[in-house]
Design a protein around this ligand. Structure first.
Ligand code: PLP
Length: 395
């Protein structure tokens, strides 16, 4: 008999698995080329050539016992120093290797920092729409989960509601910009105001409230727009970064945490993060990948490819009368469903072999997420199907 908590996860996980299975069945019936699967955020671009070159070089040059052995749980010291230097150069910060903990992707990093910070019934606060796994993590750590309602139509954090909802139990506020699922980038003004509210509330409640800034899409930005570096606005910030999207390394599971010296209880937070990696069972981030990303700090995938998909999909769909949020970052298009019920709309889209994720999954019904990390041909195939779907709805 499995645990009650896992019973819940198995039940909710089966919805996503069902969608995946449905896609496979559709491909068998209609042919893979006719199935337009916009459901997964799995990068479809190859890793930059620099990644393969770096791996070969490392295998040739780094002594195998050093490369493949156990290490400090935070990761290789030289890698952490290189990453800190690169962050400082890009964002005018002053980190050193001691501020960096290498992690198993952003998911690993989120779990390390949540394990570090949360007691049962501490509250995690998120802004709708949000990445659904945050709720699973909250349940796993017996934390309470509070969702600040979406601010429509621009999907910046709803700060008026946020301020009203903050309370002495709030321990962690998760930010995610560029955002999954909207593609929205939170502006400097929003972040500055949010930080000001948190400073005020910390004082009022005499508590510590931490921002956990989940940033796997930081590099996926389509116009000259700043993605604020949150540690510069708020002391109690931990940054969660990942190479899953920027280097298309999702399966390799590599990322890092930035834990600034300005954070309350810095020494204890670092000590705890080091132990959390062990308790969570992955001990340290994959060693070959640590060395690899350190050699690829200035590389990234061809963002122009996602940009072309973004334009084709946004222009195509808005011309048909669909209402979409123009995405400045990430690789998702957030679309209002032309009927109120997003799940029903997703069901109708399936009849045209289009797979979408309902906004309800992200705490924001009435919308769908369309992942455009797919081939341009899929968009060409999908547009007439979307048009037929709109026609059916209008009729
Ligand atoms: N956070 C967000 C917002 C994501 O969209 C994802 C993955 O899609 C993750 C975290 C997990 O990323 P990783 O593959 O680095 O664990």
């Amino acid at each position: 008999m499995i645990s009650k908590k896992m019973e819940f996860f198995v039940a909710s996980g089966s919805a996503i698995r069902a969608m995946f299975e449905e896609g496979k069945q559709m491909a068998a019936v209609y042919g893979a080329e006719n199935v337009c699967d916009f459901s997964l955020g799995n990068p479809n671009l190859p890793t930059p050539a620099a990644v393969k070159d770096a791996i070969i070089q490392i295998l040739d040059q780094v002594e195998p016992v050093e490369l493949h052995g156990y290490m400090n749980n935070s990761g290789f010291a030289d890698v952490r120093e290189d990453i800190a230097r690169s962050i400082n150069k890009k964002f005018d910060t002053a980190f050193s290797g001691e501020n960096i903990v290498m992690t198993v992707g952003a998911a690993g990093g989120l779990n390390v920092i949540l394990k570090t910070l949360l007691n049962p019934h501490d509250q995690i606060m998120v802004f709708a729409p949000y990445f659904g796994e945050y709720r699973s993590y909250a349940i796993n750590y017996d934390a309470d989960f509070a969702v600040v309602p979406a601010s429509i139509p621009f999907f910046q954090p709803n700060l008026e509601q946020f301020e009203k909802m903050l309370n002495p139990k709030t321990k962690v506020v998760i930010l995610n910009s560029p955002n999954n699922p909207t593609g929205v980038i939170y502006t400097k003004e929003t972040i500055a105001e949010l930080a000001e509210i948190l400073y005020r509330k910390q004082k009022e409640f005499n508590t510590e409230i931490y921002i956990v800034s989940d940033e796997p899409y930081r590099e996926l930005v389509y116009k000259d727009m700043e993605v604020p570096y949150i540690t510069k606005y708020y002391d109690n910030t931990v940054v969660v970064y990942s190479y899953s999207k920027s280097l298309s390394l999702a399966g390799e599971r590599i990322g890092y945490l930035v834990i600034p010296n300005t954070i309350s209880d810095f020494d204890m937070v670092i000590a705890s993060a080091n132990i959390a990696t062990r308790i969570l069972g992955y001990v340290n981030a994959p060693s070959l990948m640590q060395k690899t990303v350190a050699k690829c700090l200035d590389s990234q995938i061809d963002i122009g490819y996602y940009d072309r998909n973004r334009q084709a999909l946004y222009n195509g769909l808005t011309n048909m009368g669909y209402e979409c949020t123009y995405p400045d970052g990430a690789f998702y298009l957030w679309m209002k469903t032309p009927i109120e019920d997003d799940k029903l709309f997703v069901g109708m889209a399936k009849k045209y072999q289009i797979l979408l994720v309902p906004g309800t999954f992200f705490g924001c019904p009435g919308y769908v997420r369309i992942a455009y990390c797919i081939s341009p041909e899929t968009i060409i195939t999908a547009l007439p199907k979307f048009e037929a779907l709109m026609k059916e709805i209008k009729e």
